[in-house]
Design a protein around this ligand. Structure first.
Ligand code: ADP
Ligand code: MG
Length: 317
């Protein structure tokens, strides 16, 4: 049994299908639900945390149905919403104690422990008013840990934080995962998900269009882009696995499944034409590229382009 399992999970707001037939299993990992604003991330989290009733389909968290067994689910999870309020007129410790009392676990050692885990011990007795955005977010995480959840849901935990603050949050998330927790996190920052998540699900207009490790997703994209500049315009090189995508004067752009495989042929081909290479650039696909390939532009208002998806996401080999 996975910590989170959904089957055809769907939420409709009148005519709008905000989450469409989600099938997912997540267990003891950092799972990132990735998508732009309005793609259905928060709606998914609200259903999984029992706060919103699905229109169709089902979800089980820690083995319990989120509708029929919502109390059992709530005992085992914590949820940090995108903009949760911590009380800035209280100290960090007072905020955590308030939470601990809510959960019936008001134990001084435990409060100290979660503050320590989130690196807030030395500022615990300062007013939250004096905390940075990153410290406030860590305080929210500390609160979420007081009842030792099996599954932690975080909705856009790094939004609005500076680079160091984001890195700290992801480091803490990784540490919780190593303690055996399942962490379900939403974000629209592809680069962060790439580095920090064990697996990601890409959601576009309510539909889950891919689930895999960041590495596997990047590898699904059709290879690499090679931009090469020569000292004079020459004809393109033809070689196995090398596909010319553009020529502009002395600059040629190719695609290849793997640049390393085709570079020798490309370079010797150019040398044979009497051209000297002035610059060479190989770009690996990023999760952003993957997202664009999968979800397309989000401003076109059109339906998901499955043709484009198939063309761009052929698996290698
Ligand atoms: N309570 C609601 N009533 C009607 N539409 C909603 C409601 N909440 C969200 N939506 C719509 O559902 C879609 C998904 O929203 P949401 O789950 O908040 O996306 P995300 O978290 O990815 O930004 C959006 O089009 C949003 O406008
Ligand atoms: Mg949201």
């Amino acid at each position: 049994m996975a910590a989170i399992e959904t089957s055809g999970l769907t939420k409709q707001y009148d005519a709008l299908t905000a989450v469409d037939s989600l099938d997912l299993a997540v267990d003891r990992e950092v799972f990132g639900l990735l998508g732009p604003n309005g793609s259905g991330k928060t709606t998914t989290v609200l259903m999984l945390t029992t706060l919103l009733r699905p229109t169709r389909g089902s979800a089980r968290v820690c083995g319990h149905d989120v509708v029929d067994r919502s109390a059992e689910v709530r005992e085992r999870i914590s949820y940090v919403p995108q903009d949760m309020a911590v009380d800035i007129k209280l100290t960090g410790r007072e905020n955590v104690r308030f939470y601990a009392r809510l959960y019936g676990v008001d134990d001084k050692d435990l409060v100290d422990e979660v503050l320590g885990v989130m690196d807030l011990a030395d500022r615990a007795d300062d007013l939250v008013r004096t905390y940075s955005g990153g410290m406030r977010r860590r305080l929210e995480l500390a609160q979420a840990l007081v009842h030792d959840p099996e599954v932690l849901f975080l909705d856009e935990p790094t939004i609005g934080l500076d680079v160091a603050g984001r890195q700290a949050i992801w480091n803490h998330i990784g540490a919780l995962r190593r303690r055996g927790m399942t962490i379900f996190v939403t974000t629209h920052y592809m680069d962060e998900a790439d580095r920090a998540c064990d697996r990601v699900g890409i959601i576009a207009k309510g539909r889950l269009v891919a689930v895999d490790t960041p590495l596997a997703l990047r590898h699904r994209l059709d290879g690499e882009r090679i931009a090469i500049e020569t000292d004079r315009p020459v004809g393109p090189v033809v070689a196995d696995g090398l596909r010319l995508v553009g020529v502009e004067g002395e600059r040629q752009v190719y695609h290849a499944p793997d640049a390393a495989d085709v570079l020798p042929a490309l370079l010797s081909g150019l040398a044979a034409r009497g051209a000297r290479v002035q610059s060479l650039e190989v770009q690996a696909p990023t999760l952003d590229d993957v997202f664009l390939a999968l979800a397309g532009r989000q401003d076109d208002g059109g339906a998901f382009d499955f043709q484009r998806f198939r063309t761009m996401l052929r698996r290698r080999g």
